[in-house]
Design a protein around this ligand. Structure first.
Ligand code: PGA
Length: 263
């Protein structure tokens, strides 16, 4: 099955003005739209900027960096999946390691979020990944396996035609300038796809797009993007400037274009 490559920008809270977001959007808007026949692009701004970007959205779609775990209610400062879907948001990053770490997001919370996002029609970009200590003590696959288990709440809901996305983001590579080698990335992605096949069956696991995240830049992305189980990237720092994000889109497109073999 062919999976359309996907590049997602995670802007985190890294911008301090609307002018920065606007500069990105203006430059991105001038990009030749033909590229979107071959790659999908998703931008995940802060909630504040998310609300300021007009809908309908073209040429990229919008994602949230998080959602609340309850449908609605008295939760000061929070945003619900339904509110986001109502504004034309189509994706939600869930389980990012910064949310797991700084906001103590547990498996229970993440399962609730997965169900709520799905129910609201948002496609989850579910993040998994090991810390440096976990990798060094040989626990990488154990950790990935247990994090993937949370996706089982979608077992009777996801079908190959409508499926979630998984981002492999080794925690030691996020924002550190350290990047997984192409072998490490392929090994983890292959493992994740096998786990998905175990829980959801072959057809669905072949339809899920797996993104690599962690210090992706135009300088290091080629080697990772060509790996067979890497279908794109989830990019933080290098997604803030349109020129660098566009370069990553071009690299991804090239990496996933079958080469013409001359006979
Ligand atoms: P980074 O962030 O590209 O800045 O390492 C990636 C992420 O946290 O999604």
């Amino acid at each position: 099955m062919s999976r359309k490559p996907l590049l997602a920008a995670n802007w985190k809270m890294a911008q301090s003005s609307w002018a920065e977001a606007k500069a990105f959007l203006d430059e991105f808007g001038r990009l030749d739209k033909k590229i979107f026949d071959s790659v999908d692009a998703v931008i995940c701004p802060s909630f504040f900027h998310l609300g300021a970007i007009p809908s309908p959205l073209s040429p990229f779609s919008l994602g949230a960096q998080d959602i609340h775990w309850e449908k609605k209610g008295a939760y000061t400062g929070c945003v619900s999946a339904d509110e986001l879907a109502d504004r034309g948001v189509r994706w939600a990053i869930l389980g990012h390691s910064e949310r797991r770490r700084y906001f103590q997001e547990s498996s229970d919370i993440l399962q609730k979020k997965l169900l709520l996002a799905w129910g609201a029609g948002l496609v989850p970009i579910f993040c998994v990944g090991e810390t440096r200590e976990e990798r060094e003590s040989g626990k990488t696959f154990e950790i990935l396996k247990s994090q993937i288990e949370d996706l089982k709440v979608l077992q009777d809901k996801a079908v190959p035609e409508k499926v979630f996305v998984v981002a492999y983001e080794p925690v030691w590579a996020i924002g550190t300038g350290l990047v997984a080698t192409s072998d490490q990335a392929q090994e983890a992605h292959g493992f994740i796809r096998d786990e998905l096949a175990r829980h959801f069956g072959q057809a669905l696991s072949q339809a899920v797009r797996l993104l690599y995240g962690g210090s992706v830049t135009p300088e290091n992305f080629d080697a990772i993007a060509v790996q067979p189980d890497v279908d794109g990237g989830l990019v933080g720092g290098a997604s803030l400037k349109a020129a660098s994000f566009i370069r990553l889109l071009e690299i991804l497109k090239k990496a996933k274009t079958p080469s013409v073999v001359s006979r």
